[in-house]
Design a protein around this ligand. Structure first.
Ligand code: SF4
Length: 397
C-alpha cells in the first residue's frame, strides 16, 4: 500500500509525467533542488530552531538566529542548486531569507502567544475506514492557543501573496486539520495559519466539518485516479522552469540540449533545420493567405460591378456566392445568455444544439470529471493519434 502525501498528489495534478518520473520510475534528477526550495528549507530549519530552543526556555536573539541561518546556508550550499531567474544571484536569495527571519522575529517576538506541541511533526491520516488510503505529512509547527484552539502553522517563502479564495481551495493544511482532528480528540477548534514571510503577513482560516469531509472524498477520488492512470502525459505550465526533470522531459529536452550547443553544432542539428524550414513555410503560407483574401475581395467587387456571378479564367471559373445571413452572439458575447434562455423556454434548444465533440474530448483529458463518468463515456469513442505542430517564438535569452 502506498503512503500518499500532499506533494505526491499535487505533483500528479500538476503534471502526470513528472509524477511518473519521480514516483514510479524513481529517476534521480540532474537538478536536485532549486534556489527557492533551498531558501525555503533553510528558513524553515531556522524557525524550527527558534521554537525548539523556546521549549528549553532559550530565547534566541535575532543576531543568534541569523547567525544560525547563515551558517546553515553556507554549510549546505552546493553549486548544483538551480537559479532559474538569471537576474538574481544566490546572494540575493540568502539576503531575502535574512529579511524573512528578521521580519518574522520582530512581528512575533516573544513567541509565547501559543504553546508549541510539535515541530516538523509527522502526521499520518487514514482517509477511509478500511485504512486503504493513507496520507502522511509534516506540520511546520503545531501549537495550542490559550483558548484551546489548535493552530497549524505553515511558513511560505513564495514571492507572491495568494488570494484568500486561493487559500480556501488549498488542500495541504486542511488535510493536516483532518489528521489533527483525529489524533487530538480535544481539538474543538482548529485554525490554519499561513505565514507569508515575503510580505510579513499571516493569513488565518478555519474549515467546517463539512468542508473537511468534502476534501477527504476529493483526495480519495484523486488517489483512485492516480492508481488507475495508464498514461502519464506531460502537462506544460509556468512551473516547468522549476521542474527537476526538465532536461529529460519530451517538452523541453531538445530545447535544453540545443541551448548548450555551439552555434555551428546548433545550425547542423536536424531538429533545428526542420523547425527553421517549417517556420519559413508557415510565414509564406500566412503571406499567401493574406494575398488570397485580398484577391477574393477584388473578385467579389468585380462580380458586383460587372453584374455577374461567374468569372472566367484561363483554366478555371470562379463562382461568387453572396447572401445575407443572421449572425447571433457567440459563446462569450453580450446577449448570448438571453438568447439561450429564450430558446430553452421556447423548447427550441434541442433543435439547434449539437454535441461538441471537441469539448467532450477535452473533458476526457481533464481532471474535472470523475473516473467512473469518463469510463462510461469512453465506450462511445476510440482513441486515435493526432499530430499537430504549434510554432511559437523562442523566449529571448
Ligand atoms: S518539465 Fe513540465 S511538462 Fe516536463 S515533466 Fe516537468 S512539469 Fe511536466
Amino acid at each position: 500500500m502506498v503512503l500518499y502525501s500532499h506533494s505526491r498528489i499535487s505533483t500528479f495534478r500538476q503534471c502526470p509525467y513528472r509524477f511518473r518520473l519521480r514516483y514510479i520510475e524513481r529517476i534521480r534528477p540532474e537538478i536536485e533542488q532549486s534556489v527557492e526550495a533551498y531558501l525555503g528549507s533553510t528558513v524553515h530549519a531556522t524557525l524550527e530552531k527558534l521554537y525548539r530552543d523556546m521549549r528549553f526556555q532559550k530565547l534566541n536573539t535575532l543576531e543568534e538566529l541569523l547567525k544560525y541561518y547563515n551558517t546553515e546556508w553556507k554549510k549546505n550550499w552546493n553549486p548544483a542548486i538551480l537559479v532559474v531567474r538569471k537576474d538574481y544571484t544566490p546572494e540575493n536569495y540568502r539576503k531575502m531569507g535574512e529579511k524573512f527571519i528578521t521580519d518574522y522575529y520582530n512581528s512575533h517576538k516573544p513567541f509565547d502567544q501559543t504553546k508549541t506541541v510539535g515541530l516538523e511533526q509527522r502526521i499520518v491520516l487514514e482517509l477511509d475506514s478500511q485504512g486503504k488510503y493513507k496520507l502522511q505529512g509534516y506540520i511546520d509547527r503545531l501549537a495550542i492557543a490559550p483558548d484551546g484552539t489548535y493552530e497549524i502553522h505553515d511558513y511560505k517563502t513564495n514571492s507572491s501573496l495568494p488570494l484568500k479564495e486561493y487559500l480556501e481551495e488549498d488542500r495541504q493544511l486542511a488535510l493536516y486539520a483532518l489528521a489533527v482532528r483525529k489524533n487530538y480528540p480535544n481539538a474543538k477548534r482548529i485554525k490554519l495559519i499561513w505565514h507569508f514571510l515575503s510580505f510579513n503577513q499571516d493569513v488565518k482560516l478555519e474549515k467546517t466539518d463539512e468542508e473537511l469531509e468534502k476534501l477527504r472524498n476529493s483526495v480519495i477520488s484523486d488517489i483512485k485516479e492516480i492508481e488507475s492512470a495508464k498514461d502519464h502525459p506531460t502537462r506544460k505550465s509556468a512551473l516547468c522552469d522549476w521542474c527537476e526533470f526538465r532536461s529529460m522531459c519530451p517538452e523541453w529536452a531538445h530545447i535544453t540540449k540545443t541551448e548548450k550547443m555551439s552555434l555551428k553544432a546548433f545550425l547542423k542539428d536536424s531538429g533545428v533545420n526542420l523547425v527553421n524550414t517549417y517556420a519559413e513555410l508557415t510565414e509564406k503560407k500566412k503571406q499567401i493567405e493574406s494575398e488570397m483574401a485580398a484577391v477574393r475581395d477584388r473578385l467579389v467587387k468585380f462580380a458586383e460591378t460587372s453584374g455577374v456571378k461567374a468569372i472566367a479564367g484561363s483554366g478555371h471559373i470562379a463562382r461568387v456566392w453572396s447572401a445575407e445571413k443572421f449572425k447571433f452572439p457567440g459563446k462569450n458575447d453580450e446577449g448570448r445568455a438571453e438568447l439561450e434562455d429564450f430558446l430553452r423556454k421556447s423548447g427550441l434548444m434541442k433543435d439547434v444544439v449539437s454535441l461538441d465533440t471537441f469539448l467532450l474530448s477535452a473533458k476526457m483529458d481533464s481532471t474535472e470529471w470523475p473516473q467512473e463518468i469518463k469510463k462510461a463515456v469512453a465506450r462511445f469513442g476510440r482513441k486515435e493519434r493526432i499530430d499537430r505542430i504549434y510554432l511559437s517564438r523562442k523566449r529571448p535569452e
